[in-house]
Each structure stands twice: as structure tokens, then as C-alpha cells.
Design a protein around this ligand. Sequence first.
Ligand SMILES: Nc1ncnc2c1ncn2[C@@H]1O[C@H](COP(=O)(O)OP(=O)(O)OP(=O)(O)O)[C@@H](O)[C@H]1O
Ligand SMILES: [Mg+2]
Length: 236
Amino acid sequence: MLKLEDVNTYYGGSHVIQGLSLEVETGAAVCILGRNGVGKTTTLRTIMGLTPARSGSIRIGDQDTRGWPAHRIACSGVAYVPAERNIFPGLSVEENLRLGARPPCEEGREGWTLEKVYEYFPVLGERRHGGGAKLSGGEQQMLAIGRALMGNPRLLLLDEPSQGLSPILVENVARIVRDLCREHDLTMLLVEQNFRVALEMADIHYLMGTKSIIQDQVTSEDLINNEELIKCHLSV
Ligand SMILES: Nc1ncnc2c1ncn2[C@@H]1O[C@H](COP(=O)(O)OP(=O)(O)OP(=O)(O)O)[C@@H](O)[C@H]1O
Ligand SMILES: [Mg+2]
């Protein structure tokens, strides 16, 4: 579904992503784990075309998308949920969801509807007519994910879905997202600093060090069994 090879991204003269390569198989749930500032967000922004790579190759499905503008990448079936969530505070929950709606990019794929989003996130259904500004952090996260689903993506990019949520809510959101990806054949790449969320949501983990250098690729089982890996790369 996604393959990056020797990707380099800069902010002006600052070389933030240095030769990043990684792969996400169709239907997989993959997490990039790394501490503050290693370049996790920039990696997602690079894939999405928001901070374009200066060199290297980015393949999404069978297309080379490097150099494509973000809207074209979105139309090819990629949805990005930024850490800031970017909910429109002056619009209702339902209006926020409708704004994300887009026809399915693959023939035969069943489309998301408002009702289906409310099935996974009942609290959004309860608040469908309420304003986006009145939602808690956790509800905003659910709304941002729901809005991304309304675009009928095949690849979902999530930036630190646990940020700012209480531990109980984090577990709840993580479980819902993992289930809906499995049930809807959705490929997911998320970035996290939180080890527990990574384990809950993903099966394969890339451990990222400074300059976005991938230091290891491990399974959830490897992570659980290797305390040193956890101490080195993550907040627990
Ligand atoms: N707009 C920008 N202009 C210049 N430098 C930036 C910009 N955004 C990020 N950086 C720098 O790029 C590096 C990677 O940042 P990035 O936000 O991708 O890291 P991150 O792993 O997502 O961090 P965090 O865990 O804090 O979210 C950091 O050194 C950061 O200071
Ligand atoms: Mg970040």
C-alpha cells in the first residue's frame, strides 16, 4: 500500500528526514514510534504532500506520488488526521463529518455513512447537532477520525491519537480504531510516543531515532518482550 525509499525532507536548510525507507502492506496496522522531535509528524506530512520530500520515492498503491499536491494524494485514498485535529468550531458535529465526505476511491468498497460513523463513535451521534467547539479532547479526536473515514480512504494516517486524552479514553479510542480498520480492510500508519497505544493499535512498529532514521522494525511481541527497546524509544 505504501513504500518510501530513501526519502529526504527539509524545512528550509534544515534536513529533518534523512534517507527514510519504510513499507506498509495492504491491510496492515503499522506504528512509527519515537520520541519528541525525531520527525514523526514530518514523515506523515511528507507522505501526504503537505511538506514535500525533496528526493527519494514515495509509492502509494501502484502510483509514484512524490511531487503530487496534497489534494491529489487525498483523492487517491489517503486520509490524514493531524495531532491538532483541526475541528471547525463553528460547525456542528454532523457538518464537520459531512465536510470530509468523498466517494470511495476503489470500486466495490462499501462507503462510509454518518450512521456508520455513529455506530463506532456513539457519542458523536448523541452530539450530532452540537457545535464542534463544545467537544472534549477525546470527542474531538473521534470527530477528526470520523471525518477522515467519511472520505472513504484506503490508507489512514494518524498523528498521535493519544495526545491530550485520559488513559481510559485513549484505550477506548485505540480499540475502536483498531476494530474498524480490521472490519473495513483499512490500512493504517500511525505515529506515537505512547507504547501502550502502539501495542493496542498496531502489529508492526518502526522505531525512529533522530533525523527520522529507522533503527529497527519489530512486532508487538518483540516490543513487549524487550524492555530496553521500550526505554530507548518511548514514553511508557
Ligand atoms: N515548520 C517547521 N519549520 C522548521 N523546523 C520544523 C518545522 N516543523 C518541525 N520542525 C523541526 O523538525 C524536526 C522534526 O519535527 P516533527 O514535528 O516532525 O517531530 P515529531 O517527531 O513529530 O515531534 P513531536 O513528538 O514533538 O510531535 C524537529 O527538530 C522540529 O523542530
Ligand atoms: Mg509530531
